[in-house]
Design a protein around this ligand. Structure first.
Ligand code: NAD
Ligand code: AKB
Length: 312
């Protein structure tokens, strides 16, 4: 067990739930923090603090109390919810990050992880194998806040010597906690609907291709990045990472290999426009080169695992 104390902010969310459980296998003290209660496995597995990341003094008190040396700052407002409430998205995503960056510097936190997203790209970015460095003109508040966040992270590394690391996650697929209000959430909901109702109405069009990743791969990528020697990290904004890309009709076909009578229909809503502004696939060659990134789950493997873990 490593002695460093770790803080996960946003520990009750889709990623935070699984990341907290995984980190507790390696670190003696992993403090889970969120506005809302986590699932019982997280609440009972170690300390839980009810924390609003917008409250800078509350955050500082928590870091001091537990002598935190590493922070995973996951609290954010995602793309679809952000379009409904842009003010809230900007405040949580920007002020929350600034609070964490400043407290980390002031209180001597050794390492910080903050996730970015494929939403930092926009309609003028190349759609296929979107490179690490290219045109980035996001047109959602979420994407704008995350691109600004990337620049803040790089700035704190360059000017304040903070060891901050980041990944541009694609849409993440998991079964332990529900999706948090994103455009890629259909790729979670479809598995629950297939298993329980054998039918799903998708809010994206049948042929909308997006980059996706199974949660097990995302957690592994996060830990690989955080454990990599500092001299191997050449990108201090955020690394592109990739695993799979598929459309709703392709994931439906993969589900039908297990549930032959599964039916999907399509009623695209405002999230279609968001999805169309994002890449279809991502070039992650820099992450592969720098710290050996390689995904393990393809569509077939993640479909089998998701359906095996969802109860009827
Ligand atoms: P989520 O919405 O499931 O979880 C976010 C958590 O943050 C929630 O539990 C929420 O209660 C908490 N939170 C919100 N405001 C807060 C505040 N003011 N103070 C404290 N906690 C607060 O989101 P997620 O899917 O787990 O995403 C985590 C991070 O990963 C986000 O930064 C998101 O942008 C990024 N990301 C997620 C995905 C994905 O597909 N899940 C993809 C790319 C990037
Ligand atoms: C969303 O859809 O908003 C997130 C993301 C890709 O950042 N899942």
């Amino acid at each position: 067990m490593q002695p460093e104390a770790v803080l996960v902010i946003g520990a009750s969310g889709q990623i935070g739930t699984e990341l907290t459980i995984e980190l507790r296998k390696y670190y003696r003290t992993v403090v889970a923090a969120d506005l809302k209660m986590p699932i019982s496995e997280v609440a009972e597995g170690g300390p839980f603090v009810r924390l609003d990341v917008l409250n800078r003094s509350g955050l500082a008190d928590c870091i001091r109390k537990y002598q935190i040396q590493q922070i995973y700052h996951l609290a954010a407002i995602l793309s679809a919810t952000g379009e409904k409430n842009p003010e809230l998205a900007w405040r949580v995503n920007m002020k929350g990050l600034r609070n964490v960056l400043d407290c980390s510097v002031t209180l001597g936190v050794k390492k910080l992880f903050w996730p970015s997203t494929i939403a930092v790209f926009g309609p003028n970015s190349p759609k296929k194998h979107t490179p690490q460095w290219t045109i980035m003109e996001p047109n959602t508040i979420y994407g704008i806040s995350k691109l600004a966040g990337e620049r803040w992270c790089d700035y704190y590394y360059q000017k304040k010597n903070l060891d901050v690391r980041s990944l541009r996650y694609p849409g993440l697929i998991s079964y332990k906690a529900p999706g948090g209000g994103g455009t890629t959430d259909y790729a979670i909901d479809i598995f629950f609907a297939a298993k329980r109702q054998r039918r799903y109405t998708c809010f994206l069009k049948a042929d909308t291709r997006l980059p996706m990743m199974y949660m097990a791969d995302a957690i592994r990528a996060t830990l690989m990045l955080m454990e990599a020697p500092a001299e191997r990290i050449t990108v201090r904004s955020a690394y592109n990472i990739a695993a799979v890309d598929f459309t709703p009709e392709e994931v439906a076909a993969a589900i039908r290999d297990h549930i032959p009578d599964f039916v999907i229909d399509f009623e695209p809503d405002f999230r279609q426009q968001i999805a169309e502004s994002w890449p279809e696939s991502i070039d992650d060659s820099i992450a592969r080169r720098d710290w050996g990134w390689k995904p393990l789950f393809d569509l077939k493997a993640l479909t089998t695992d998701m359906l095996a873990h969802i109860s009827v």
